[in-house]
Ligand binder design. Structure first.
Ligand SMILES: Cc1cc2nc3c(=O)[nH]c(=O)nc-3n(C[C@H](O)[C@H](O)[C@H](O)COP(=O)(O)OP(=O)(O)OC[C@H]3O[C@@H](n4cnc5c(N)ncnc54)[C@H](O)[C@@H]3O)c2cc1C
Length: 442
């Protein structure tokens, strides 16, 4: 079971027509709906399960600029500004606090990597700082380790995933957006090369634009249109502790684990890096594109083969649109957490920070991260299908970047000046055989 999410009062009666249909009620779809509704557009969002039921409520809650891929820096800089006023914008508690995110380094090599990234970040207008050992040690209050340096960026913060997306959804609704839960979209129809309607389990809705923000399902949604989206899923496990006074207000990334202070006084904790990659039929279909990413992460990821291979082979297929789809059969992706990995992270945390000696694991969960071969998202129109926008593959970074991504997607739909240059996120990079670059620093 995933974490408990704030509830939103959603719509019941399907419209016959809308201007913009959004598939997916994670942070990307919801933020897009919020900005479109704010600008007065007629928008309807369809979620097969519950708002924020998948990745968007299961993440660490880091809103970090620090350590980002250089192609995402302009977008995350804008997102940080949007997070700062998100409580005010939504009139609700999203949990956002500019408390900082710190990468802690125990070796000289780390400091060198931090300097390289900080230089790039400053060129994008970010206030990135590499801290001295004394400053870094002070950030890691109470640690038993010697910290030689730390990397941080002014404005970084933390938010509450279980509150933030429902708050944005409520704001979108109050501005006129229609949001439907338990309403899977089975497919998209086109007329003369332009999207014309979506087929949901509850009926057909005509529309002029469709945004695919289906997270880990986007690859399947795209395939119904004959579009090849190279996307795989990585299982990532998390736990939260009971409230504890550890005198740490920030989010910290240490060599073995990552942690974030929660509004309820506990901490969300995860083992450092990686995750589990299930070998599924798509692993073979996309092997060539993903090989460089797998090779660079092989130390921290675990490849597994099991039931999922056959599930995806047999059930994860598009069916005729008048038949029950897999989206209805699987309302919420709710993978089991890796308990051994979580326990190990807890032990390492307790060794590094004795203040956690008496902390207990209050809840554990996992989520499937939708990842792309070059580990940056697709936020893009599709050349030969008018009115279609794909916004997916946030590769483990989409919560922090979500508000600006929603703004950018809304700009694309309406033809407004884009918030940032979106060219790095174009879908065509997979078709035109552009070299897919994976950035590594530190
Ligand atoms: C364990 C973990 C930790 C993470 N930590 C961080 C972090 O600290 N900071 C950060 O920035 N990012 C983090 N991420 C990544 C972040 O959570 C995601 O990038 C982000 O939530 C993606 O949002 P989304 O809206 O694209 O996808 P999702 O939140 O997955 O939403 C997609 C939605 O689409 C719905 N859907 C799919 N198909 C259909 C259909 N056919 N019809 C109707 N609805 C459909 C699904 O039900 C789902 O609710 C983490 C992710 C995980 C799993």
């Amino acid at each position: 079971m995933g974490p408990i999410i704030d509830q939103v009062e959603t719509s019941k009666k399907l419209p016959e027509i809308t201007d913009i249909a959004i598939i997916g009620g994670g942070i990307i779809g919801v933020a897009t709906a919020m900005f479109l509704a704010e600008r007065g557009h007629r928008v309807a969002l369809f979620e097969k399960g519950h708002i924020s039921g998948e990745q968007s409520s299961r993440n660490w809650g880091w809103c970090r600029q620090t350590g980002r891929d250089s192609r995402e820096l302009d977008l995350i800089r804008e997102s940080t500004h949007l997070w700062e006023s998100m409580n005010e914008r939504t009139g609700k508690e999203t949990g956002f606090r500019s408390t900082g995110v710190y990468y802690l380094g125990e070796s000289e090599d780390k400091a060198e990597g931090y300097e390289i990234w900080a230089k790039i970040a400053r060129e994008h207008g970010l206030d990135a700082q590499v801290l001295s050992s004394k400053e870094a040690q002070a950030v890691a209050t109470g640690t038993t380790h010697s910290i030689l340096s730390a990397l941080t960026t002014k404005g970084d913060g933390r938010a509450e995933p279980q509150k933030a997306v429902p708050a944005m959804a409520a704001k979108a609704i109050s501005d006129g957006a229609l949001i439907f839960e338990n309403c899977a979209v089975r497919g998209i129809e086109q007329t003369n090369g332009h999207v014309s309607s979506i087929i949901t389990e509850k009926g057909v809705v005509q529309c002029q634009a469709v945004v695919i923000a289906g997270g880990a399902w986007s690859r399947l949604i795209c395939s119904q249109l004959g579009l090849r989206l190279p996307q795989l899923k990585v299982r990532s496990s998390v736990f939260r502790t009971n409230p504890i006074d550890a005198a740490i207000e920030t989010a910290l990334y240490f060599k073995d684990f990552a942690l974030r202070k929660r509004l309820d006084g506990g901490f969300t904790v995860a083992a450092e890096g990686g995750g589990d990659v299930d070998i599924v039929p798509d692993s073979f279909a996309f092997f060539k594109e993903f090989f460089p990413a797998l090779a660079s992460e092989w130390r921290t990821i675990r490849l597994r083969i099991g039931k999922r291979f056959f599930d995806e082979l047999l059930y994860w297929r598009n069916r005729p649109l008048d038949q029950v789809s897999i989206y209805e059969k699987m309302r919420t992706l709710d993978p089991n957490p890796d308990i051994a990995r979580n326990l190990k992270a807890m032990k390492q945390l307790q060794q590094a920070f004795p203040a956690f000696q008496h902390a207990v694991i209050a809840q554990q969960w996992a989520g499937y991260i939708d990842t792309m071969p070059d580990v940056i998202p697709v936020i893009s129109p599709v050349e030969h299908i008018g009115g279609l926008i794909i916004a997916t593959g946030f590769s483990g970074h989409g919560f922090g970047i979500g508000p600006a991504a929603g703004h950018l997607i809304a700009d694309m739909v309406t033809g407004d000046k884009p918030l940032v240059d979106p060219s790095a996120f174009r879908f065509s990079r997979f078709q035109d055989k552009s070299k897919l670059v994976i950035e590594k620093w530190g």
